[in-house]
Design a protein around this ligand. Structure first.
Ligand SMILES: [Zn+2]
Length: 290
């Protein structure tokens, strides 16, 4: 099950996480990397792309909405069809074992829920829903996909690379030709139910995550470089309340100086944590549940 025996120091890291359980888990794009949805940042924590559409641009600029929906038309199927990776499945098992209490995710792909995790806060929203900025009516993302395809028959899906926010690359020359669907009820502007750069997270989500951290004994960050403040804030709260912070991440993070860091890929670190949690709890039968 775990092909690489752990070194003594890795074993100590795993033991420390279990000793400080149950943990609130904060996840980022790194846990979804193995699904083919690429990560926002490289291992040095730099932006991989320099041109994310901001909240204000989306709200104010019709051309930016054309750009967004054109990219989204091409990029959505990859996110819709992605399947949970080992990291998602292991986190669901760790919840069943009582090693973790709750997941706060910066991802918008809903893969934790699809893997079976019950307690999840989608901090940055969910890409599978859209809502109207005018009448607030919400609906499923798939409905607008068929509408986008019907309105834009000339946009095809040849050789595009999906982005974690469901965008894909689209030539500037094609943007002008994009027809953007409107709200069926009121004709208003539709927006994906996700927090764009420069947008704000609804306060109830933040409070839900904060309350979950209060109930936990520790914070475990998996697959996030914590460059976005909404995630890093959980590290600050954990520190203020003297809860240990553990990081499972292959690259540099913003919390390296205040956390116990394990420089390893999410799948590797979490499978070791699962194996040792099962041994510790004596629930070997749980290992066969997948
Ligand atoms: Zn509307």
């Amino acid at each position: 099950m775990n092909p690489h025996p752990l070194s003594h120091s890795d074993l100590e890291r795993v033991s420390a996480i279990i000793d400080a359980s149950p943990a609130l888990v904060l996840t980022g794009a790194g846990v979804s990397a193995a699904t083919g949805i690429p990560t926002y940042r490289d291992q040095a924590g730099n932006w991989l792309r320099s041109d994310p559409i901001t909240h204000q641009e989306f709200i104010r600029d019709p051309r930016q909405r054309q750009r967004y929906w054109g990219r989204s038309l091409l990029g959505w199927p990859a996110v819709r069809d992605a399947r949970p990776a080992a990291a998602h499945r292991i986190l669901a098992q760790l919840e069943n074992l009582g090693v973790i209490t709750h997941i706060v995710t910066q991802n918008v792909d809903r893969l934790h829920q699809r893997a079976g995790s019950a307690k999840v806060t989608d901090l940055h929203g969910r890409l599978d829903r859209i809502f109207c900025l005018n009448c607030k009516e919400s609906s499923g993302r798939d409905q607008i996909q068929s509408e986008l395809e019907r309105l834009n028959p000339s946009i095809n899906r040849t050789t595009v690379s999906a982005r974690p926010d469901g965008d894909a690359d689209l030539a500037d020359s094609m943007v002008d030709g994009i027809t953007v669907p409107q709200c069926k009820s009121c004709g208003g502007t539709l927006m994906p139910d996700v927090v764009f750069f420069g947008g704000s997270i609804p306060s109830e989500r933040v409070l839900e995550g904060q309350a979950a951290l209060e109930r936990a004994q520790s914070l475990l960050v998996v697959g996030s470089s914590l460059q976005v403040y909404s995630g890093y804030r959980f590290c600050k709260w954990a520190r203020q309340t003297n809860k240990p912070i553990f990081l499972i991440n292959p690259g540099v993070t913003r919390a390296d100086d205040i956390a116990h860091k394990w420089t390893v890929e999410a799948d590797t670190g979490l499978s070791a944590l699962l194996n040792h949690s099962i041994k510790r709890h004596g629930h070997k039968e749980t290992a066969s549940h997948d």
